[in-house]
Design a protein around this ligand. Structure first.
Ligand code: ACM
Length: 639
């Protein structure tokens, strides 16, 4: 019986993979469109080897068509011709711009029949998003980096009408803690636009490196862009040795930035530059120590412990003063120079000034700060910080830009025109919106994709966790605030522990799928079980594209408690349906012949390890998880 079952499964897998390229295939779009009607009786559009795309007289649309043509050329080996015109030819694709006000700015209508495809939008951006949908309607092999020997490439007949829920759909990439090259950032842009993100926030400066050329302040990149090289766990790395050469780093020249901005714009992505001040400023201080309130020698941190978080959370202090001094006029001259060049390089309407996690323990002792407080009648350090932020806003506004900052800029009074990026939960965003300010939501609870996405026993260590299922619960629009002020949201990828692009991808996917859907799709369209199935289909696309992703959704969720001071209880769950969890306590590796988890387990008295693995259709699918009983005792709170 078992054998027959296995055989049926095998046939199922075979038919399914064959169906990937030929015949019927279920539609699996991320993010879910506003409306989709499958027209099964209208057959399928089979991509001809000499495809014609007809485009209006519009350079942006022409560019979209040529990027699309080159994307499909690699896996199919087909040559596409782009022609100007406004009517569909047989077996062709028509991109069409309309004045129809019913279509939103980034919205589109896509109609696929066996005879041809029509993609209509009011703006080129809509055509671009329609093309991303079209790519997802093709078999997953369409993302392949090499030519595939498929009999045919077909697209099911559908009618889709689509538009985004939010206009700000972002990913933040920290290029300070680890530097990523222009080519690597372009690659990240290529990946994000497939899921309809339209904003890349570059965290350009921090304690670990200054990454943007400022021609009027050359030391920022001569000194601030470089640090001694260390590998290991952030916050535990060793300080620079006396005389040690700073060999790790890099920065973007003005030409690099222009190239990135152009590349992003061609893909309808705005780049938001962040210059994080007054905290997180060691790289600036290593270059220009006179900007500090605390005289001394500064170095670009390789990831050593110079900030302390006693008990975690929001409380911290610096062992070094890594802040730019609000009481120093030179700081404002410096920032004027920085923001002059930043404003010239980035066309986006906003500049991010950071403002987060400013350790103020050195300010408390500073005579300069005390004098500033007296002069400006500032009653506490919140007001000192706010004084600084307000002056920075004046500088940024004077360059013709709007200022956005992390939610700490609310402390001591918000600058008059500032937008707030809410990260310590949603509350800062709610407070700012109630004060009439614009808000972007990126709360740690749902949108911090630097956190671990599965159990700590199988993930590289980070101090907090965010599973895909939780990320999928991200709801950027809180009740009781003016929806117009909530511009959207973003996921943030801090890179203290991200040393390379493979891991960058691993941390981003699949959680960015969840964020993409939270920001694009209508709220009522969201459904975890349906989404998780689509995620698996998109894993195929990532594999074809040679993009790494986390398989953590296949691993069990382990919840540990104690029955009494000697007895540990373990509850196991799975994030997605249809998995069985097998376990051992005898140090051997479990497989599907081992006991299957049914109810809460009591750890046997002398056990040394608990090992877990998930199976689906008698095949292992999760990773082998090994948890020592010492670790379980710790999690259960047993001494
Ligand atoms: C932040 O995560 N410090 C904004």
């Amino acid at each position: 019986m078992k054998k027959i079952f296995f055989f049926i499964i095998l046939i199922g897998i075979f038919v399914n993979s064959n169906a990937q390229q030929k015949g019927r295939r279920s539609i699996s779009l991320i993010p879910q469109p506003a409306s989709i009607v499958e027209n099964n009786n209208l057959g399928r559009f089979i991509l001809p080897s000499g495809l014609i795309i007809i485009v209006p007289k519009n350079d942006e649309v022409k560019k979209i068509a040529s990027v699309f043509a080159s994307q499909i050329a690699t896996p199919t080996g087909y040559k596409t011709t782009i022609k100007t015109g406004n009517s569909l030819l047989p077996k062709s694709i028509l991109f069409s711009l309309t004045n129809d006000k019913a279509i939103a700015d980034e919205g589109y209508k896509l109609k696929v029949t066996s005879a041809g495809i029509t993609l209509t939008a009011r703006k080129p951006a809509g055509i671009f998003y329609g093309v991303q949908t079209l790519l997802q309607l093709l078999p997953s092999g369409i993302t392949s980096t090499t030519e595939l020997d498929y009999d045919e490439w077909n697209i099911p007949a559908v009618t889709i009408e689509d538009h985004p829920r939010f206009g700000w759909r972002g990913l933040m990439l920290d290029v300070s803690r680890h530097f990523f090259t222009v080519a690597q950032v372009k690659d990240y842009i290529d990946q994000m636009v497939k899921y309809k993100f339209n904003l890349l926030h570059l965290h350009l400066v921090d304690d670990q490196g200054w990454r943007i050329e400022i021609k009027s302040l050359p030391k920022l990149t001569e000194v601030g862009a470089w640090r001694v090289e260390r590998t290991g766990t952030f916050g535990t790395l060793s300080k620079p040795e006396p005389g040690e050469k700073a060999t790790y780093g890099g920065f973007y020249t003005h030409d690099d930035i222009k190239e990135l901005v152009r590349y992003a714009a061609d893909r309808f992505v705005n780049i938001l530059p962040e210059i994080d001040v007054p905290g997180h400023s060691l790289a600036a201080l290593a270059s220009y120590p006179e900007l500090s309130c605390t005289p001394g020698e500064y170095y670009v941190s390789p990831g050593d412990r110079f900030m302390v978080w006693p008990g975690g959370g929001q409380h911290f202090y610096g062992l070094l003063d890594n802040t730019i001094c609000p009481a120093n006029e030179k700081a404002y001259e410096f920032l004027d120079k920085v923001f002059t060049e930043v404003a010239q390089l980035f066309p986006f309407a906003y500049i991010h000034m950071g403002g987060d996690e400013t350790a103020r323990n050195f300010w408390e002792k500073s005579e300069q700060i005390k004098a500033l407080m007296k002069k400006e009648n500032l009653k506490d350090l919140d007001e000192v910080q706010s004084y600084f932020v307000k002056r920075v806003e004046k500088i940024i506004n004077s360059k013709g830009k709007k200022m956005i900052g992390w939610d700490e800029i609310l402390q001591g009074g918000l600058a008059p025109n500032a937008a707030v990026m809410s990260w310590r939960g949603m509350k800062g965003g709610i407070e700012a919106a109630k004060l009439g300010h614009e808000v972007v939501m990126s709360p740690t609870d749902f949108a911090y994709i630097d956190y671990m996405q599965g159990d700590a026993s199988v993930e590289p260590p980070v101090y907090a966790s965010l599973r895909l299922k939780k990320a999928y619960q991200f709801e950027p629009l809180p009740e009781g605030v003016d929806a117009k002020l909530i511009k959207g949201g973003q996921a943030n990828l801090w890179t203290e522990q991200v040393y390379n692009t493979r891991h960058l991808q691993y941390m981003t996917w699949p959680r960015a799928f969840a964020i993409a859907e939270a920001l694009w799709s209508q709220k009522e369209k969201r459904n975890w079980n349906d989404f998780s199935k689509r995620v698996e289909r998109h894993f195929e696309r990532l594999e074809m594209a040679k993009v790494k992703y986390s398989p953590a959704i296949y691993d069990p969720i382990v919840t540990v408690s104690k029955k009494d001071s000697a007895t540990i209880l373990v509850k196991l769950e799975t994030e997605i349906e249809g998995l069985s969890i097998h376990y051992s306590f005898d140090n051997s590796f479990p497989d599907n012949f081992y006991p299957v988890y049914k109810e809460q387990l009591t750890v046997p008295r002398d056990a040394a390890t608990m090992k877990l693995i998930t199976y689906r259709y008698n095949e292992p699918i999760g990773r082998m998880m090994v948890l020592t009983i010492t670790e379980l005792r710790k999690r259960a709170g047993i001494k």
